[in-house]
Design a protein around this ligand. Structure first.
Ligand SMILES: NC(=O)c1ccc[n+]([C@@H]2O[C@H](COP(=O)([O-])OP(=O)(O)OC[C@H]3O[C@@H](n4cnc5c(N)ncnc54)[C@H](OP(=O)(O)O)[C@@H]3O)[C@@H](O)[C@H]2O)c1
Length: 371
């Protein structure tokens, strides 16, 4: 059989290519999975934009100059030379934008396995682990799409909220309601964060977004106040606040650091505004600090234990999914894109960033998926 890979030129991520190569026979210990479906959001575009600096290209290497973007999704084993993983089993995890993938399970347990491929040894364990659907408490067949689209993002949202509370909102909520200012408020990771923050007393959750996405953000109901990017002047300059930055927009970051004399903390989460990214040198106020989710997981694992942390995450996830999938007013509507042409078009749309924020794109290059 052949594998189809969607390739992106590393230094010009708008250039793409679909490549088909014959499958090599499996080595002992390896498995071959069909990548059934995967989600594509700005998060994956950020993987590509920071591919070199943050090693995202290293998960699934390609020919020189080209990269395979990692995506979250589901795969089913159709060939196995590993006794711990059986043909027909399904796993949630970090896959390439491809029709099939070869992995080398190590440290197998009822919960899943880690890919032991040599080139992944130095990469973070979070991304090297594959969760067995049949034993996963987060898994239900009806919520597969929502899981692929939101699970990795919501865990980050949950950890951002927890990190802020753990640090007493950096003093922003001491005398008045602490203002948490979120950019790219229409992004899934931002609204997941707002959903969590809004449950806390004494916190004012304020979103910044583009004019086109203002109504969508309003409809969510998890922001106390919302402004378009050009209306920062509507927020009092002496407000005690924390900036939670999903946009990575250098000009906006500078405007926020310059306007708010009581900016207590500036947390860099992402870079949805791919065309306006830039350095954070010589900013007024606090240093813009990269948020590192695994560090907060490690801290809570030590303090609470893995089971307790897992249980808290699961309960919050269930409550979030209930809201997102509310049939009366869903926050997310899934759109499927099957086959090479549809995948190419969906990538261009997500890269351009001008689509409907309510839509979650689910893609597949797997054979026998209806186009
Ligand atoms: N550090 C971490 O561990 C971590 C984990 C998860 C996600 N993140 C980051 O969080 C950010 C959000 O990810 P997501 O997957 O949740 O995003 P998403 O839902 O796909 O976000 C879509 C929104 O991003 C903005 N946008 C996207 N592309 C754009 C473009 N080309 N130009 C201008 N605006 C654009 C728009 O929002 P507005 O109009 O509201 O600006 C758009 O509605 C990403 O940068 C991601 O890397 C970080």
């Amino acid at each position: 059989m052949n594998t189809v890979d969607f390739l992106v030129r590393k230094n010009r991520i708008g250039d793409t290519e679909m490549r088909e190569t014959p499958d090599a026979p499996l080595q002992s210990g390896q498995i071959r999975l069909r990548v059934d479906k995967f989600a594509l959001t700005s998060n994956n575009i950020t993987y590509a934009a920071f591919g070199e600096a943050m090693n995202y290209w290293s998960f699934y290497p390609a020919d020189s100059g080209w990269g395979r973007i990692p995506v979250w999704g589901f795969g089913t084993v159709f060939e196995s030379r590993c006794p711990d993983v059986l043909v027909g089993e399904s796993f949630y995890g970090y896959y390439p934008m491809s029709s099939c993938v070869v992995l080398q399970p190590v440290r197998s347990s009822p919960g899943g396995f880690f890919d032991g491929a040599e080139h992944r040894a130095a990469l973070h364990a979070v991304y090297n682990s594959y969760t067995r659907c049949s034993t996963d408490p987060f898994y239900t067949p009806q919520t597969e799409d929502v899981q692929a689209l939101l699970r990795p993002l919501f865990i980050t949202s949950w950890l951002i909220d927890d990190f802020m509370a753990d640090n007493h909102f950096f003093g922003a909520s001491e005398s008045t309601a602490g203002l948490m200012l979120l950019s790219s408020a229409s992004s899934k990771t931002a609204y997941g964060t707002a959903f969590q923050l809004a449950k806390r007393a004494g916190i004012d959750v304020v979103g910044l977004t583009s004019a086109a996405n203002l109504e969508f953000c309003r409809s969510l109901g998890c922001y106390h106040r919302l402004f378009t990017y050009d209306r920062l002047d509507q927020i009092a300059a002496d407000t005690s606040c924390v900036y939670i930055d999903f946009a990575g927009n250098a000009k906006l970051r500078r405007a926020i650091h310059t306007r708010f004399a009581n900016l207590k903390y500036s947390s860099s989460i992402g870079g949805t505004h791919v065309e306006q990214l830039g350095g954070a040198r010589d900013l007024p106020g606090p240093r813009a600090t990269l948020f590192f989710a695994p560090a907060q997981i490690k801290k809570r694992n030590t303090e609470w234990g893995a089971d307790n942390l897992g249980q808290r995450l699961l309960l919050s996830w269930q409550s979030f999914v209930g809201k997102v999938c509310d049939p009366k007013e869903p926050w997310l509507v899934v759109m499927e894109h099957n086959g090479p042409d549809a995948v190419r078009r969906a990538y261009a749309e997500v890269l351009g960033g001008r689509g409907d924020p309510r839509v979650g794109h689910m893609l597949s290059l797997a054979p026998n998926t209806p186009a």
